[in-house]
Design a binder for this molecule. Structure first.
Ligand code: DGJ
Length: 731
């Protein structure tokens, strides 16, 4: 790994173990993007920039001469608005003159070991020997904006990160209209596809791949959270890229608020990808001397297809984004009472669930929504975070003691950012909810959203959570968020700053999460937003696991978890065995299939376990034992997606291979059976030269045979049945 600057050609070359990224300061001081892709030895790539000879209509930098430089056709490193580059702009600033044209030129740079923090924001982190950073300082001489582009290259992965800082060096305020975290230009994208993950409540993270077309394709969120509808992820890949072969560029934003990801193919066949805070609903008043930092964009390149890209994201997030003691500690198997009881529970019911669960090997009881204030439905009490002792006789202390006495940990649900219209909190502090004076406050799930940009709101929430955590032995918190933001106004901010509230909300949320984790460093936090409505890397910085979807049906989960696995590791995906028929869609699946699918994430149960038959309890006991047996390979191994559930919608299969390739765990699910009695499942990621025992059949064959000839599944498996296979190297 190295970052080199070649002063003769003014070229920067950023190499990781297997990638190179090259940019150049051209003669007028503009930054040109030259290359991003597989590791290459040469730095002299200036020949790739584009010189105009005859298109005189194009805005140019020089006055005269037959050959000239135009920002309109070149690959710009960080595109600016209004000065001759007519594609999507990464940066647009209104300075004291009042125009929005922005133009930055190189001033200086620094290269150093390690990676800087982004103040107040989540980001990947690195030890000094793990990464190198390049900072390029640029300046807009008219507005006085100093713009620093940050690039960090990780040594062990084909991953780099980018973010941007804007400093106002003028003597009056300026307005940032858009400031993207990254801008990536491609010279030739005529044969490329764009991939993103779309969805909705209960059907998150659907994989969609289309050809990159002329014009702009974009996804984003204006909901205040990263959203169920689009994940802050976009990938550009060669048309022929498959799961294991071909060029793939993935970009993921470490941000849990409004974002925009766009891919624009220009009329010359080049392309520009932008990722960052959604400019819609955003502007930031930057006073003289102040600095604004964007969130971080993580960029991964792999020439080993989508699988190669995902494995890089997974390792990076497991090792350099998740933090705290739970990063590498085995997560407890939990049982959550939500689908078992909904709001209708008391301490006896919870204890009964815990008791049966503990006998079967489940390690933590999570008490979900309904334990506080007068909360007996979704209609009231969010914000009133005091224990309802009519429901939980003897209080939380007694319940947790009883649960702990069973040898189980105890976890609890909160939805801190919300307030019910019918709540003590809203009656006392209506001004704490986001609102625009004179405008009707839209309501969703009978609740409003608290103004997280306010310190007093955050202090109140911290104190409430603290009182609960200090009064009982609580190991885990599920942090929920069940509606989008509307009428996003803050009572404390001046009018000129109201467009900042979306982003200030997110910064306020980060501040509260950080304070909570500082006060309770051993707490295991699970993110949740009506399922996977905020499944993003920002959450992983605080919570190593996130509830993936409210749809717990095992077959639906194949699609959801497959999509989620594009960027996020198994250790991040909350995944539970629930009741049959499934509560969301009514499908019947076997307990085995539900267990096999849930095992691909942070495993747990979400059903009334007291109602299971003895035979079913035995299956649960075995699943809990298997969870421990296969934990390391599933949570620290490399994921190989073997059959996509979308391919022909008849099967799905995936495997995990340990880093040293001594072990693999394979899951195979039949979605719709057919007349064929046998199926050959070809594995991936094994060492071709080692021999592996298939523990299920006792067969020993070389990795090469398992990968090329495959496992032969001869059973006539019915719809929704699954099988798992454990392979161990024998030499
Ligand atoms: C939405 C979550 O996704 C569910 O798991 C559950 O916690 C409910 N909220 C409770 O209101």
């Amino acid at each position: 790994m190295s970052i080199q600057y070649y002063s003769d050609s003014k070229i920067f070359k950023l190499d990781s173990q297997n990638t190179s990224y090259v940019l150049q300061v051209e003669s007028h001081g503009y930054l040109l993007h030259l290359y991003y892709g597989a590791l290459i030895p040469d730095a002299e790539l200036g020949y790739l920039s584009y010189t105009c000879y005859h298109q005189h209509h194009m805005p140019r930098v020089e006055m005269e001469g037959p050959v000239y430089f135009s920002k309109d056709v070149n690959r710009m490193e960080y595109s600016c608005n209004g000065c001759g580059d007519f594609r999507g702009s990464a940066l647009s600033i209104v300075g004291s003159i009042g125009t929005a044209d922005t133009d930055i030129q190189y001033v200086s740079h620094k290269i150093y070991e390690g990676k800087p923090k982004i103040e107040g924001q989540p980001a990947t982190y690195a030890e000094e020997n793990e990464a190198q950073t390049l900072e390029i300082l640029c300046k807009d001489h008219v507005s006085g904006a100093e713009v620093t582009l940050f690039y960090t290259v990780f040594s062990n992965y084909g991953a780099m990160t980018r973010h941007v800082a804007v400093r106002n060096t003028s003597d009056s305020a300026m307005n940032i209209q858009r400031v993207f975290s990254t801008c990536l230009d491609f010279h030739d994208a005529r044969d490329m596809d764009v991939i993103h993950l779309y969805g909705n409540w209960g059907r998150e993270q659907r994989f969609e791949r289309t050809s990159l077309l002329h014009g702009t394709q974009s996804v984003g969120s204006k909901r205040g959270g990263s959203s169920h509808m689009h994940n802050p992820f976009i990938a550009i890949c060669s048309h022929d890229a498959t799961e294991e072969f071909g060029d793939v560029y993935g970009i993921n934003l470490v941000y849990t608020g409004n974002f925009m990801a766009s891919a624009e193919m220009d009329c010359d066949g080049g392309a520009r990808v932008l990722m960052g805070i959604n400019p819609d609903g955003f502007s930031w008043c930057l006073e003289a001397g102040e600095v604004f930092y964007t969130p971080e964009a993580v960029m991964v390149y792999s020439n080993e297809g989508l699988g190669g890209m995902s494995r890089i994201f997974h390792r990076l997030y497991r090792n350099n984004l998740c933090r705290g003691p739970w990063k590498n500690k085995k997560r407890p198997i939990l049982i959550n009472n939500w689908e078992a009881t909904y709001f209708d529970f008391n301490e006896e019911k919870l204890y009964d669930i815990a008791k049966t669960a503990s006998e079967l090997g489940i390690e933590m009881l999570v008490m979900d929504d309904g334990w506080f204030g007068s909360r007996n439905s979704s209609e009231s009490a969010l914000g009133d975070w005091f224990v309802n002792e009519e429901k939980l006789k003897g209080g939380l202390g007694k319940l947790t003691e009883h649960v702990n006495a069973l040898g189980m940990k105890f976890g609890i649900w909160f939805e801190p950012e919300m307030v019910s219209r019918d709540s003590e909190l809203f009656r006392t502090h209506p001004e704490w909810a986001l609102q625009t004076p004179g405008r009707h406050m839209s309501i969703a799930r009978h609740q409003y959203v608290l103004d997280m940009s306010r310190q007093d709101v955050r202090d109140y929430l911290f104190d409430c959570i603290k009182k609960v955590l200090d009064n009982a032995n609580i190991a885990y918190v599920k942090w929920d968020f069940n509606r989008s933001l509307t009428e996003v106004g803050s009572a404390l901010l001046e009018n000129k700053r109201q467009q900042e509230v979306f982003h200030r909300y997110v910064l306020g949320l980060y501040d509260l999460l950080e304070k909570l984790l500082n006060a309770y460093p051993d707490l295991l936090l699970e993110g949740c937003a009506s399922g996977g409505g905020r499944f993003d890397p920002a959450w992983l910085y605080y919570a190593p696991q996130i509830w993936t979807s409210d749809d717990t049906d095992a077959i639906e989960r194949l699609d959801i978890q497959y999509g989620t696995s594009m960027c996020y590791p198994s250790s991040a995906m909350g995944s539970h065995v629930s009741a049959c028929p499934n509560h969301q869609i009514g499908r019947n699946t076997s307990l085995q299939t539900r267990g096999d699918v849930a095992m691909a994430g942070t495993f747990g149960y979400e059903l009334d376990i007291t109602k299971l038959s003895d035979e079913e309890k035995e299956i649960v006991r075995k699943q809990c034992a298997d969870y421990h047996k296969y934990y390391d390979v599933i949570h620290y191994g490399d994921l190989y997606r073997l059959i996509s559930p979308w391919k022909d919608r008849t099967r799905c299969a995936w495997s995990y291979v340990s880093e040293d390739k001594s072990e693999a765990f394979v899951t195979y699910v039949v979605i719709r059976c057919d007349i064929h009695e046998r199926y050959y499942l070809r594995l991936a990621g094994l060492d071709p030269n080692r021999r592996y025992l298939n523990e299920t059949t006792g067969q020993i064959l070389s990795g090469s045979t398992w990968m090329n000839a495959g496992i032969c599944i001869q059973e006539r498996l019915q719809d929704f049945t699954s099988r798992t296979f454990h392979f161990v190297a024998v030499d």
